[in-house]
Ligand binder design. Structure first.
Ligand code: SF4
Length: 443
């Protein structure tokens, strides 16, 4: 986990600033859509995830919507908002902890007490049991996880309720329960001679609390991109097969690195009978992959890696395991955001890195480690649509609400869901006691 970055670094690293400069022709380059340059509240009443990598993904009809924030927040400059956020933070003192995800824009991250991945940040909140408010500058499932792990008196706040996650939304609880019912019809409930259950559900951290609770109720477990291999080992010690939610790529890359053949990893397409598979295929399956993906990491291609290698013969290519399998296979290494950050930190001066993960993290690393050459594999600036929805205006709005004694945008997981979801998280912690886990799908 990082400390907050300095203002100097922010000036050179800001993706939001790059987008503005590109849109006005003051900087060369391209973005994945001109709408990225518009203020994010323009999209709060529009359907969809908003501009960025997930813009074309189907958003669920019941996705949370953000109420319009007052004009004083929408019309203030970045400098005024930064001053107001700092003032509110100073007033709230130890009653407040602000968490910033690695993929969050720098204008928000500069105010964070902790910067890290979703699970690191949820754990960071545990170090502040006296904080009355935990403001999570990330996306919805992350705030839910923080609520699961925080104390009953603590309020977890998501500054913009429209900051969902298109990947997490690709597995909803009704679809998952339908799939489970169909698979149970085929596999039954009886353990094999070694006492292993027919099927174990495993969900990536990037899923709703309802899916985590489903796993908790059905003998399953949660994983992160750092510990997915160890968690799959845990599952195979207890089950004959696994169904992996919601990211097919993390599931495939991890299982492949463990020696499982592609033929034994059928894709489950919700809404199709048997997920679009035959009974024979499902009987032979070891890992059933839910048909979800991250639209940020799906943008990376083998052609981008080939171009990086042609232009920089000594380049070290690191990609996130949410990237498609051919991209992970063509890279030198694959690992979580924390793995990527540590690899950059440990590299000898002058290393050239081509990185396949969200642009805010890559640009920040490039600014923080000027002794290296660091660039994003994708030269089109295309941030995560929903992380990008957390503008400093929303952060100022929720913080000034707290100063006035008003809790805005609180994320609360119902107790009936929270209890089994915690069971699945606790199984992960027990299975990966180091906490840090291992590099996933490395070559
Ligand atoms: S980067 Fe992908 S997985 Fe992460 S929040 Fe954005 S859409 Fe979800």
């Amino acid at each position: 986990m990082n400390a907050p970055i300095s203002t100097d670094v922010r000036e050179t690293a800001s993706v939001a600033r790059s987008i503005q400069l590109i849109s006005t022709g003051k900087q060369t380059g391209s973005t994945c859509g001109p709408e990225l340059a518009r203020p994010t509240w323009n999209f709060d009443t529009a359907p969809g995830y908003g501009p960025g990598a997930s813009t074309a993904d189907a958003i669920p009809g019941d996705a949370p919507q953000q109420v319009p924030i007052p004009a004083e927040y929408r019309e203030a400059s970045d400098e005024v908002l930064a001053d107001r956020i700092r003032a509110a933070k100073a007033t709230l003192g130890d009653k407040l902890v602000i968490l910033g995800h690695f993929y969050q824009r720098d204008e928000v991250v500069q105010h964070a007490d902790y910067v890290g991945d979703s699970f690191q940040l949820a754990n960071a909140a545990l170090a502040h049991p006296n904080a009355e408010a935990i403001v999570f500058c990330g996306v919805h499932f992350m705030a839910e996880t923080a609520d699961l792990l925080s104390g009953p008196e603590q309020a977890v706040i998501l500054p913009n309720l429209a900051a969902g996650c298109s990947m997490a939304d690709m597995a909803n609880i009704e679809q998952v329960e339908d799939a489970w019912a169909e698979l149970t019809e085929i596999y039954g409930h009886e353990p094999d001679a070694d006492g292993r259950a027919p099927l174990i559900p495993v969900t990536y951290m990037n899923s709703s609390a309802a899916i985590k609770a489903f796993c908790g109720r059905n003998g399953g477990i949660v994983c992160t991109s750092s510990n997915a291999a160890r968690v799959l080992e845990w599952a195979f010690e207890r089950g004959q097969r696994v169904i992996f939610f919601p990211d097919q790529h993390l599931g495939r890359n991890t299982a492949k690195a463990m020696g499982i053949s592609l033929e034994q990893m059928p894709l489950w397409r919700p809404n199709l009978p048997l997920g679009g598979n035959t009974e024979d295929v499902l009987n032979d399956a070891k890992v059933i992959l839910w048909n979800g993906f991250c639209s940020v990491h799906k943008r990376f291609t083998v052609a981008q890696i080939e171009r990086a290698r042609a232009e920089h013969p000594n380049v070290r290519v690191i990609v996130h395991p949410e990237c498609p399998m051919p991209v992970v296979d063509a890279a030198d290494e694959a690992g979580s955001t924390d793995y990527i950050r540590k690899a950059v930190e440990a590299a000898p001066d002058g290393t050239v890195f081509a990185i396949g993960t969200e642009i805010n993290l890559v640009q920040r690393l490039a600014a923080e480690y000027p002794q290296h050459t660091i660039f994003c594999l994708d030269d089109v600036v295309c941030p995560c649509s929903t992380m990008y929805r957390i503008h400093p205006g929303y952060l100022a709005w929720v913080l000034e609400g707290l100063v006035d004694g008003v809790v805005r945008n609180q994320i609360t997981v119902d107790a009936s869901v929270a209890e089994p979801a915690r069971v699945a998280l606790e199984r992960m912690l027990a299975a990966t006691p180091s906490g840090a886990g291992t590099k996933s799908a490395a070559r």
